[in-house]
Design a protein around this ligand. Structure first.
Ligand code: BGC
Length: 736
């Protein structure tokens, strides 16, 4: 372990133990991945020695998760792995078939939305570091993650992999995840670039989105990954954008990503997302992966012999090929693949599993807690009903490529049982059953008729217990790559179960196991306490048990809005052209008004707002103060707010800072997240929390001038515990 990272680690642990404030800024870890100039002459000399065949041989897969090297020159093959929430099991070199080895397990880390729900930048760094360590231990070069697409619709199949509906939260998590991974000598592959926000017709649909929404909502995380964390890889998405496939999109790949953002790494295609030789080569793609190659002659891939021939025919210039090879070699050298000092990694070690636990514990969101039902005092409990299919369901597998073969996974039932030992009677009831219209085929719609027999059993278990916990939500079959969810509703008749059990036992807690938003109308009306428990990784059961029994005070906040109706979300407020798309096209009609931006603008009350999350303690906030009242471009807007823990237990709070302009010549959101800090406070202690925003961060993107404009005028700054629980407001002016 590097000395610097050891010190950081120690500091974080000490801060946790002492309950001091943490996470004031992005993880300030020393970053190894400034590309080193010293390698460039070596790379030039290698390229000079290479034949054209050798060059194009590096630009495509030579197996399912490996691309070519040049043995003659000592250039090794390049190994990829999914990603994004655990290192995938080993597959046959030329197929998707698992090898069924006994040493290719990994830690199942909480999925993307859970990580984002920590609202903790250091936690994102630790997550990246842990997954990077495991990637190295499994000898991988590039992790196919993080997955950073904006949650445009809550029912998007891959919402569980993604971080947020908000570009700022998305960017902060992405940057720190990326630094964590790359500091372990593993490249990230930030995916899926860009505007791949649904699974419906994902390999063909063309996204039409305004330039402004593209810049303000959909691109910031990619830009931040490149400019703040030197991301070494980017994955081109399956879909089309303004009529052209993303893997061959000159405007997005060359003009924006490489030229404007300064991306010096490799653009890798999504698997089987390359459609053409010349357009792809000229459209910025560097490595073609996953193209079906039944005869295993990968030279016939688009970027193999056909590309070589296009160079010979004078259609694709040699410089274009050299640039791609240079990028691969640059990443290769900077990962220390060509020397002995490369990080070795750790697989399912105490460190990586502790991170899985820490993230899980800090991600859990306390949505509702009437009469302080939670935490449960386990010394006073004689019996408890644990109800629900999700109570003892493992969630590591499924979801397609984001599935992990975990060394172990603690389910909620195991976690709670371990904590209760045999002192408390556990009455388990399944409550509902996962069924699809065609038996065992999750691609067909879920059967939502409740199973009355199972409900009756659950009611009986609840009636004879002091308290009941229903583990409801989705599974990895319901939330999955390739398929958007049919609706926001809880599947398999779970609302009927929740109604019946909450009526049978007033001490009923609902725990939602899901990656995306679900309809909580019934649960909110009937259950006195609700937790959001996510697809929370190998340590999920331990983390949820610790929150339920109060060993951990919940501090997660929703990274997305939970709407009451799907049509309360911008993407769903229009016609089918806006979602799921019509005639091969999906038009993002809500423009920049994604997530809470739409909700705010239309004065909609969601079931739970973006940023929501309660605690077992309470916090008070002072009025925010600013370093000045007038700011100019180039200035930092420094905000201070005193936060006090007014309750009886240690707790962490996320102080959220939103800003909106009072009057604008263009449409602006009412407010947008511009800064946040997570701070830990002992009971009755207070802390001055400092946040900072650059005046430039308040700009909007002007489509006519094609540039960012900072508007002069009066702005309102909101400090909140969520996007709607606003604790203090102040104003300032921007002058030019
Ligand atoms: C997914 C990618 C994944 C790749 C390789 C594709 O289906 O979209 O996210 O990394 O497969 O498994």
């Amino acid at each position: 372990m590097k000395r610097g990272s050891f010190l950081l680690q120690t500091l974080i642990i000490v801060q946790f133990l002492s309950g001091c404030s943490i996470s004031q800024t992005d993880a300030n870890t020393e970053q190894k991945y400034q590309y080193k100039e010293q390698y460039e002459p070596l790379i030039d000399s290698l390229i000079k020695q290479m034949t054209l065949n050798e060059k194009t041989g590096m630009l495509h897969g030579t197996g399912m998760f490996v691309s070519g090297g040049v043995e003659r020159l000592g250039i090794p093959e390049f190994h990829y792995t999914d990603g994004p929430n655990g290192i995938r099991e080993e597959l046959e070199r030329h197929s998707w078939k698992p090898l069924n080895l006994d040493n290719d397990y990994a830690t199942f880390f909480p999925t993307g939305s859970a990580l984002a729900a920590t609202w903790n930048k250091e936690m994102a760094y630790k997550y990246g570091e842990a997954i990077g360590l495991e990637a190295r231990a499994r000898n991988k070069d590039m992790l196919l993650g993080p997955a950073v697409n904006i949650m445009r619709t809550p029912i998007g199949g891959r919402t569980f992999e993604y971080f947020s509906e908000d570009p700022y939260l998305n960017s902060r998590i992405t940057v720190n995840y990326t630094k964590g991974v790359q500091n372990q000598d593993v490249a990230v592959c930030v995916k899926h670039f860009a505007a791949n926000n649904q699974e419906y017709q994902r390999s063909s649909i063309s996204v039409e989105v305004s330039e402004r929404a593209l810049r303000e909502i959909y691109l910031p995380a990619y830009k931040a990954a490149v400019q703040e964390a030197n991301a070494m890889g980017m994955m081109g998405a399956y879909n089309k954008f303004r009529g052209e496939y993303l893997c061959q999109h000159d405007y997005l790949n060359n003009q924006i990503l490489k030229n404007e953002f300064g991306f010096n790494g490799i653009i890798v295609s999504d698997w089987a997302a390359t459609h053409n030789t010349v357009t792809a080569a000229m459209g910025g793609l560097d490595v073609e992966m996953g193209t079906p190659t039944p005869d295993q002659n990968y030279n016939n891939n688009y970027m193999g012999y056909p590309l070589r021939d296009s160079v010979i025919a004078g259609i694709v210039p040699m410089e274009v090929i050299d640039d791609k090879v240079r990028r691969i070699l640059r990443v290769t050298y900077n990962l220390n693949k060509m020397n002995d000092s490369r990080e070795k990694g750790e697989l399912v070690s105490s460190k990586t599993t502790k991170t899985a636990y820490d993230v899980a514990a800090e991600s859990i969101v306390l949505m509702k807690n009437e009469n302080s039902l939670l935490p449960l005092n386990k010394d006073k409990l004689k019996s408890i009903a644990l109800i629900g299919f999700n109570a003892d369901r493992s969630q590591a597998k499924g979801g397609f490529t984001a599935g992990v073969k975990p060394k172990y996974e603690i389910t909620p039932l195991e976690g709670l049982s371990n904590k209760l030992k045999s002192k408390v009677e556990i009455n388990y009831a399944q409550g509902y059953v996962q069924r699809f219209e065609e038996k065992d085929n999750w691609r067909t719609p879920p059967i939502n008729t409740p199973d009355q027999k199972l409900i009756n059993e659950a009611v009986a278990a609840a009636q004879k217990s002091d308290a009941a916990i229903i583990f409801a939500g989705n599974t990895r079959e319901i939330e999955t790559e390739t398929l958007d969810r049919p609706s926001l509703d809880l599947p398999f008749g779970q609302d009927e179960l929740i109604k019946a059990v909450t009526a049978a036992n007033p001490n009923t807690i609902v725990v939602i196991i899901a990656g995306g938003a679900v309809n909580l109308t019934v649960a909110k009306q009937t259950a006195p306490a609700i937790l959001y428990g996510w697809f929370n990784g190998s340590e999920a059961g331990n983390a949820i048990a610790d929150v339920i029994f109060g060993n951990v005070n919940p501090s997660g906040k929703l990274p997305f809005t939970i709407p009451t109706r799907l049509c309360d979300i911008g993407a769903h407020a229009f016609d089918s052209l806006s979602y799921p798309g019509l005639n091969g096209k999906v038009e993002y009609k809500e423009g920049i008004l994604v997530g809470y931006r739409w909700i705010d603008k239309h004065d909609i009350t969601p079931t739970y707002p973006f940023g929501h999350g309660l605690s077992y303690t309470t916090f008070s906030y002072s009025k925010p103060t600013l370093n000045k009242t007038y700011f100019r471009p180039g200035d930092d807007i420094n905000i201070s707010v005193k936060v006090k823990n007014t309750g009886e237990s240690f707790g962490k709070e996320v102080i959220q800072c939103y800003v909106g302009i009072n009057q604008s010549k263009v449409l602006r959101p009412v407010k947008e997240l511009k800064a946040f800090v997570k701070t830990g406070l002992k009971p009755k202690t207070e802390n001055i929390v400092n946040l900072s925003i650059k005046a430039e961060d308040l700009a909007y993107f002007d489509e006519d001038e094609m540039k960012w404009i900072i508007e002069p005028g009066l702005y309102t700054l909101y400090i909140g515990s969520s996007s709607t629980d606003i604790k203090g407001i102040t104003q300032f002016e921007i002058t030019l």
